[in-house]
Design a protein. Structure first.
Length: 307
């Protein structure tokens, strides 16, 4: 049931106890980090609530009236209970802030998250982090269900109930085996790409969703033509390198393979495959604690030279 409006707030009761303990309103005000006029105002407010004087001012300081001494005796139990409550809340927050559950799409999990994690561990080594990797649909659902404190997706779509912010930029590239006919040409047209069966990620993948949207706009009436569907980026790269087929993958995922010559990335003039990688969290609840730290690290790395 609601408390009576005559019950003083904890700050006033705590101040009264300090005045009695220290023997002076001025010393009590200093201990509480407030001015003496503010302390006097707080005590007057307390006296108005209880309907009687609680302190007697003397040239030597302040001492409790009989009513003040009685209220102070009751207040000690209330303040002690409040201190226990505060300690319990602090313990709960410490426990919460020592664990972080993250959901991230495969591209972010494999090629960006390790660097973010190293930075976070350097500043907050006490935090235990659990990472769940999946496609963008899985990540969004994990955040909506409360299974992850923050998520990172690569899908261009938005989700009801989630807020998002761009933390990195990426670009999709066509990749083929070095002996594929497109490898020596260095370029491929959007029409040729549309006519070629592709090795693709599973439905729900942000990489696949963006590619199909972009090519569908460039080639009206185009329908996805999937030769092979794999849920692992590494498996797709292995299949492409063996010349099983052609794929479209994140530049982050294939940069090392292209540099090593195991994959070739011909350009597709006129096809804009740039995309944004975004952090997501429940609408109306900004990231806090370790999630906020990780989010800040991701934002900072996005604006670092070379990223």
């Amino acid at each position: 049931m609601p408390l009576s409006p005559r019950v003083p707030d904890l700050a006033a009761l705590d101040l009264l106890l300090s005045v009695i303990e220290l023997g002076s309103l001025g010393r009590a005000a200093q201990a509480h980090g407030i001015s003496q006029p503010s302390a006097s105002s707080r005590i007057r407010y307390l006296e108005q609530l209880v309907g009687t004087a609680v302190l007697e001012r003397t040239p030597l300081g302040s001492r409790p009236t009989p009513a003040g001494a009685l209220i102070a005796a009751w207040a000690r139990q209330v303040v002690a209970a409040a201190e226990q409550l505060d300690a319990g809340i602090t313990a709960l927050r410490a426990e919460r802030d020592s664990r972080l559950r993250v959901a991230a799409s495969q591209t972010v999990a494999e090629y960006l998250f390790p660097g973010w994690l190293l930075t976070l561990r350097a500043t907050a080594p006490e935090i235990t982090i659990a990472l769940e990797s999946g496609n963008s649909v899985d990540v969004a659902q994990a955040v909506l269900d409360g299974k992850a404190g923050i998520g990172f997706i690569e899908s261009p779509r938005s989700w009801r109930g989630l807020e998002s912010h761009v933390v990195a930029r990426d670009e999709l590239v066509v990749v083929v085996a070095p002996r594929h006919r497109w490898a020596k040409r260095g370029t491929v047209t959007a029409a040729e790409l549309a006519a070629t069966p592709l090795i693709q990620r599973e439905p729900g993948s942000g990489t696949r969703s963006l590619f199909e949207q972009v090519l569908g706009r460039a080639i009206p009436g185009w329908q996805p033509n999937v030769a092979l569907e794999l849920s692992s980026t590494t498996a797709i790269k292995t299949a492409v390198a063996a010349d099983v087929g052609v794929s479209v993958l994140s530049s982050l995922a294939v940069a090392a393979d292209v540099a090593a010559g195991t994959l070739v990335a011909p350009e597709v003039p006129g096809l804009d495959l740039r995309r944004s990688l975004r952090a997501v969290w429940p609408k109306g609840r900004r990231p806090s604690g370790p999630a906020r730290q990780l989010y800040a690290i991701a934002l900072k790395s996005a604006h670092s030279p070379g990223v």
